[in-house]
Design a protein around this ligand. Structure first.
Ligand code: ADP
Ligand code: MG
Length: 359
């Protein structure tokens, strides 16, 4: 391909995939890499059916495009991949002129207008702010793919010193994508699938992954009440809660590190009047306690609101997600903070007797 074609391919803001005569992936552009969350290198030559799930008779559609030498479009289908959940898209198939049997597959995630309608139907302002942010995240990723692609092309003809600059562009773009993923994660939150579980198992998972990840320089102490009965939660979602709280404690401590204490205990005094009028007991207490500087006083009242952040690179979504997950579980989260001691407390329900199965 000529340089212009390379540039065109890399700048196309829409995910595009070139399919060869055997329905294998011949090439994909940076927007498609971002969309599928996977690098082009590993994908070339693999079967398109294996890598991309399109909820439509796609094999028949390929055959039709080849037979009729004409383009075909499919509206409102779910498209996903191994590394990304399906989203609604319009899909276009076009025969490649001059290359018999080759097909260009264009994937167009549904337009911003459609998504706007959804966000506006949400009642609370926080929810629609999240809806907005989720859409923005989605729309920003496309031009970002173009920027990354252009930088990668540029780097081919550069000296090593100048390549550092293009590497920086690519690296920072990836960081933005990771940030946007966090925003989208919010919109993708499903209702919890609850089971009877030992909260210590979830805490252990959170602790281990923090220690090998972002909290390597912290000391994490376990202060568990081993007789604590089972709770009734979606373990993956509560894991996310613990991870967000441990991450915040780590970030508050700064590079010098500090001590995080994971404490569990039983306290029957907390009851929550639920929406259905039932008086729900929340006797299982989990505290994540750090010895950092404490919440910035001007934020203390609304740290659980979305987009409230005291950090330069913060999104302000960590605690909003914590609060959303905990309220979906009809639990309670609260915080007590002073310089040298900040404690986030999670209060969770007991597992109902009929949900406890011996393993
Ligand atoms: N353990 C903590 N110690 C001190 N400040 C905290 C702690 N946890 C949260 N905060 C403050 O609350 C803010 C909001 O946190 P969060 O919702 O996770 O968003 P983000 O981490 O993206 O800023 C943080 O920016 C920080 O200022
Ligand atoms: Mg955070």
């Amino acid at each position: 391909m000529t340089a212009l074609h390379d540039t065109l391919w890399a700048s196309l803001p829409m995910p595009a995939i070139l399919v060869d005569t055997d329905d294998a992936i011949a090439d994909l552009n940076p927007a498609a890499e971002l969309f599928l969350n996977i690098s082009a290198r590993g994908l070339r030559g693999t079967s398109v059916y294996d890598r991309i799930q399109i909820e439509a008779p796609i094999k028949e559609s390929f055959a039709r495009v080849r037979r009729d030498h004409g383009a075909l479009s499919i509206s409102n289908v779910d498209v996903g991949g191994r590394q990304r959940p399906p989203v609604q898209c319009n899909v276009q198939l076009a025969p490649l002129i001059g290359r018999p049997g080759h097909i260009l597959l264009l994937i167009e995630p549904r337009q911003i207008a459609d998504r706007l309608g959804r966000a506006h139907s949400a009642k609370s302002s926080a929810r629609s702010a999240i809806g907005m942010a989720e859409m923005l995240a989605h729309e920003i990723k496309n031009p970002l793919a173009g920027i990354t692609g252009a930088a990668q092309l540029l780097s081919m003809n550069l000296s090593r010193a100048d390549q550092e600059m293009t590497d920086l562009i690519v690296m920072e773009s990836r960081r933005i994508v990771a940030l946007l993923d966090q925003v989208e994660q919010f919109g993708n939150l499903r209702p919890p699938v609850r089971r009877a579980v030992n909260v210590h198992d979830i805490l252990d998972r959170a602790r281990k992954s923090a220690l090998i990840g972002f909290s390597g320089h912290m000391k994490i102490i376990e202060d568990y009440d081993p007789s604590l009965p089972l709770t009734f939660v979606d373990a993956d979602q509560i894991l996310q809660v613990f991870q967000n709280l441990i991450r915040n404690a780590t970030e508050a401590a700064g590079p010098a590190g500090g001590i995080i204490r994971l404490r569990t205990f039983y306290d029957v005094s907390l009851r929550l009047l639920r929406k259905d009028g039932v008086n729900g007991a929340l006797p299982l207490q989990v505290e994540i306690i750090d010895d950092g500087p404490g919440l910035p006083p001007e934020l203390a009242q609304n740290v659980f609101e979305p987009f409230v952040s005291g950090r330069v690179n913060g999104t302000g979504l960590g605690l909003a997600l914590v609060s959303k997950i905990v309220s979906d579980h009809e639990g309670w989260v609260s915080v007590e903070s002073a310089p040298g001691r900040t404690a986030f407390r999670l209060s969770l329900p007991l597992a109902p007797k009929n949900e406890i199965h011996e393993i």
